[in-house]
Design a protein around this ligand. Structure first.
Ligand code: HEM
Length: 210
């Protein structure tokens, strides 16, 4: 089996199944022991947690690939990003459907009244163009540079996700701060790596004394 076949037929399906794990876990729990005294709040928060985790996991692919030298990790990035989108959609659906019973008037009011929901909505809105442009055809149509520039929005979405969580919690801010710190490390790594690349390019382009 070639490396390409191993990734396509073993690694990718295994990661796909792993990514479905959190969803399978909550469905299993709901059908067996239940989701506690407030199942709607439980499922909404659980799905929100996994949405943010998947955003961070997708953002960790490039640093992970570069630090570990595992170039094949790049082939999982799109799947991980789309899982992040799927968990965000489920999180929002659980709020819109289970919490608000599709009462669009009330939801509109909440978006205006609760700032953490406003921030969440901005994050979801920014996530949509990333999901739409995730296909190979869209990468080709946009061109690599423009596509990369657009997909840097993922960091902004991560920041908004952390802010949304931070604004939502009333007292114990440890968890959102941990997520925000992980995001800061990932962003810091990308900025340093980009700075190094620019420096190396400038050195190559500077004429050397004879
Ligand atoms: C990228 C987008 C989003 C991410 C990453 C995200 C993530 C999260 C996280 C991590 C939590 C906290 C979970 C916990 O307590 O452990 C949360 C809570 C929540 N989110 Fe989001 N969220 C997003 C968008 C939205 C949107 C658009 C809405 C509503 C329209 C929303 C509604 C809520 C609500 C209602 C809660 C729970 C509030 C409570 O139980 O008091 N989220 N979200």
């Amino acid at each position: 089996m070639t490396t390409d076949q191993r990734i396509r037929f073993l690694v990718k399906p295994a990661v796909f199944v792993l990514c479905l794990g959190p969803l399978a876990w909550i469905i299993g729990r709901a059908l067996t022991i239940g989701l506690g005294a407030n199942p709607i709040e439980y499922s909404n928060r659980y799905l929100g947690d996994w949405a943010l985790r998947f955003i961070l996991i997708a953002l960790a692919v490039t640093p992970g690939r570069e630090i570990l030298g595992w170039s094949w990790l790049a082939r999982l990035r799109r799947m991980l990003g789309l899982f992040a989108f799927a968990y965000v959609v489920l999180h929002v659906l659980s709020y819109v459907g289970l919490d608000q019973f599709f009462d669009w008037w009330a939801i509109g009011g909440e978006i205006l009244k609760r700032q953490y929901i406003t921030v969440g909505m901005i994050a979801v809105t920014l996530l949509i163009p990333l999901a739409i442009t995730s296909t190979n055809g869209m990468v080709r149509r946009m061109g690599g540079r423009a596509w990369q520039r657009l997909h840097r929005l993922a960091y902004v979405i991560g920041m908004l996700g952390c802010l949304h969580f931070y604004m939502m919690v009333k007292s114990d801010t440890r968890e959102p701060i941990i997520y925000a710190s992980i995001l800061a490390c990932l962003l810091g790594y990308r900025l340093i790596a980009a700075g190094r690349r620019r420096l190396a390019r400038n050195r190559r382009n500077t004429p050397q004394p004879a």
